[in-house]
Design a protein. Sequence first.
Length: 196
Amino acid sequence: MGGLLAAAYGILRQPLHSASAARQQMLLPDLGMVPAFSLIAQDGATIRREDLDGKVWIANFIFTRCAGQCPMVSAEMARLHTALRALPTVRLVSFTVDPEHDTPEVLSAYARQYHADPARWRFVTGTSAAITQLAEQGFHLGISPGTAQEPITHSLRFALVDRRGHLRGYYEATDPEAMQRLRAHAHALTQERRTP
């Protein structure tokens, strides 16, 4: 999988020109299906991968006590929330990597800080084992113990998922050009014909 991810990352780092939505779709590799999950959203409702079928979605991993990069990553997700508002089939999903602390109530308060519309942007918690397995085996993004200042280290990449639940790309939250590509690619995937 490492070679495939490296190749996909190289494709997704190519500069964005005035290509059509069809051209953008052709550039996006299929990196495999996100595995099934059953977790809890900020309103206490169960959210499963199947609930996102038919939607293009963007996932990231954060935690509310993070004093390092998470506020910047969540602010970037908030910008996507605004920029993609006109696309009714796009959803955002932020998974916490600190589920023992980040209860639905804590996530709900955090979501309000970013003016998140709960119908479009879900903040998700579950057991530590379930979140770690999903991050590492499902999204191929690492989580590990950190330092006193940053107790959990995790990837700053956003993952783009198509309407069939397949991973289609990774984008560095700290790279403005990557965020531009993510917006364009998400839009392109909303135009992609859904096939099994």
